[in-house]
Design a protein around this ligand. Structure first.
Ligand code: GLP
Length: 241
């Protein structure tokens, strides 16, 4: 696992965009994208570099890590809507090539299996971008999540709902209680993982990642099971290392 401490979120955005350019330039066409605030600078940089001439990006297929369960279609905080707004629409990636777990399905367990099958059918994710929760979650794999799981429905912890209340006008009760998330097993099948973290609230999770072996109580430590992981952090997120 490579860990780089970068001067600030802008530098992380530029370096992460370099990694995307490298894999897409090398022929990769399946990208795994994350939501939350952490990737904002990455997407801003990609849009800045490529919106005018997206070239190969327009031919990419995108799989999201997760999606809330319970938000109506058309809600602006549905992760599929967020990703379209911030990155895939500006890059000209057709909407039918932007995939999120099907949280409107009647049988959510079957929808989770179908999502993993769709990723496999696309050839697997070439580069997966990841953030980390303050409690060490990746995607919505909360503490206690098992390593081998595929895409599934999970309950969100109170802490995660509090952390995400800022996207819902500060109202914790407006944050859904459940989500469908790629499992850690799904995430570990991506060819390369790129984790980004900024700010002091992530310092404990990053310190745990660097110092502990894979431990389900800190899901981000599952990255030790993957052979090609890059971690980009700012000085505040690295302050516990
Ligand atoms: C969210 C997402 C994760 C994200 C994490 C951190 O709830 N499900 O994919 O990495 O929590 O979010 P942020 O970057 O906003 O701190």
């Amino acid at each position: 696992m490579e860990v780089h401490v970068m001067p600030d979120p802008r530098a992380i955005g530029a370096e992460a965009a370099n990694r995307f350019d490298e894999v897409v330039g090398g022929g990769a066409r399946v990208l795994g994208l994350a939501t939350g605030s952490s990737p904002d600078q990455v997407y801003a940089e990609l849009v800045n570099r490529h919106a005018a001439f997206p070239g190969a990006y327009r031919a990419c297929r995108v799989f999201l890590l997760d999606e809330y369960v319970g938000l109506p279609q058309g809600h602006p905080e549905r992760y599929a809507a967020v990703i379209r707004r911030t990155v895939t629409d500006p890059l000209g990636i057709p909407r039918d090539r932007v995939h999120a777990p099907d949280v409107d399905a009647r049988d959510l367990a079957a929808a989770g299996e179908r999502y993993d099958e769709a990723i496999a059918a696309a050839g697997g994710v070439d580069l997966q971008l990841l953030g980390v929760g303050t409690n060490g979650h990746i995607a919505f794999n909360e503490p206690g999540a098992t390593l081998a799981r595929g895409t599934h429905v999970t309950r969100l912890t109170d802490r995660t709902r509090q952390d995400n209340a800022r996207f819902f006008g500060g109202r914790v009760d407006a944050v859904p209680r459940a989500a469908m998330t790629q499992g850690i097993g799904t995430i570990l099948r991506a060819r390369r993982l790129l984790l980004i973290a900024t700010g002091a609230a992530k310092a404990d999770a990053i310190a745990g990642l660097v110092s502990r072996p894979a431990d389900p109580e800190l899901p981000v430590t599952a990255l030790h099971r993957h052979p090609a992981v890059t971690v980009l952090v700012d000085p505040a997120a690295a302050s516990g290392i």
